[in-house]
Design a protein around this ligand. Structure first.
Ligand code: NAP
Length: 313
């Protein structure tokens, strides 16, 4: 006999890459008797209905959270405070309220004041994504073997934390718990700064007068195209991330600029030894990431390569 799903009613507010992936995976894993969802626009709500991934698609956030045991905000970080205010009077006592925002300090600061004492607030960030967004972009496998970081405020009910941990584990993720501030510092260097660099480099290449944009596209396999994938990420989401994680990003950017100056000096002085030593160190970091299973060892990210046709003998 199949065990009863761990949650009766799961409400997903926002149905893009992350909300859509949670819905697909939770359904496959039987984690909810019912998934109810909503999105800001009628267009997205209509598309979710067509996709048939949730039991019901409702018009308002208040309707979505009504009687839900688990509520997850899957919307841009900058919208979380206003939505928390809106749903607060409609939350069921004992419900777990969570989110998936890429910044945690600001989300906790913006949401917590509105949430009633009778609900359990367990903020979360699945460290998994792609450059795509919208209701069609999600897929059930997104979280497999990826980390999901929980940042529960001190004193949060231990059982609520465990229930959310079990939920993410069932979606395929590995779960770690840390403070919001620590999360924001770690993610500033591992995610936010790399995105800022990609946004910068792609913008710079676009503005270069001496190189035409057709040449930038044509010769992009020299490294540039790997930045363009990151720089194609959703502009609203990333605007909100940099506004919300300003302090940690500025701190990391300061260190980055110092290191960039060192490399600039090495190039200017023809200091090959310094460049070689630096590149050797960074190569080892890439190998370490592959070794712990956070990326594939396949050359060129596993892109398929054409084969030369053998000359007839
Ligand atoms: P997405 O694909 O663009 O979907 C965003 C959803 O939020 C849409 O359903 C959208 O509704 C809704 N929405 C947008 N603005 C809103 C507002 N002001 N009020 C209420 N709803 C609003 O975004 P996503 O990639 O799933 O990202 C959602 C969250 O996940 C963000 O907080 C992001 O930081 C976090 N996250 C993203 C990634 C990633 O790689 N993308 C990874 C981890 C965590 P409409 O479609 O109707 O506009």
């Amino acid at each position: 006999m199949n065990a009863a799903p761990p949650f009766k009613r799961v409400a997903l507010i926002g149905f893009g890459l992350i909300g859509g992936s949670i819905a697909r995976a939770a359904r496959e894993q039987g984690l909810a008797e019912e998934i109810v969802t909503t999105a800001r626009s009628a267009k997205t709500r209509a598309r979710v209905k067509e996709l048939g991934i949730a039991e019901s698609v409702v018009e308002t956030n208040a309707e979505a959270v009504d009687n839900a045991d688990l509520v997850i905000l899957c919307i841009p970080v900058g919208a979380c405070g206003a939505v928390a205010e809106e749903i607060a009077p409609h939350l069921k006592p004992g419900a777990i309220v969570s989110d998936v925002g890429s910044v945690k300090g600001a989300v906790v600061r913006d949401m917590a004041p509105y949430l009633p004492a009778a609900v359990h607030f367990v903020p979360a960030h699945p460290v998994a994504g792609t450059e795509h967004s919208g209701p069609d972009s999600g897929f059930a496998e997104l979280f497999i073997n990826r980390w999901c970081i929980l940042t529960p405020p001190e004193g949060t009910d231990a059982e609520a934390i465990e229930r959310l941990r079990a939920f993410w584990t069932a979606l395929g993720a590995k779960v770690e718990i840390m403070t919001p501030d620590h999360h924001d510092l770690v993610l500033a260097i591992t995610s936010h700064l790399p995105h800022l660099i990609a946004y910068t480099i792609v913008g710079t290449a676009d503005e270069l007068g001496q190189v035409t944009s057709s040449e930038v596209m044509k010769f992009s396999a020299g490294g540039f195209r790997d930045f363009t994938r990151i720089a194609a990420s959703d502009p609203i989401m990333w605007r909100d991330v940099f506004l919300a994680n300003k302090d940690a990003v500025l701190e990391m950017l300061g260190t980055f600029n110092e290191d960039l100056s060192k490399l600039t000096r090495a190039i200017r002085r023809g200091d090959g030894e310094a460049l070689f030593e630096h590149f050797t160190r960074t190569r080892a970091i890439r190998r370490g990431i592959v070794e712990i299973g956070q990326d594939s060892a396949a050359p060129d990210f596993g892109r398929p390569h054409a084969h030369l046709v053998k000359k007839a003998e």
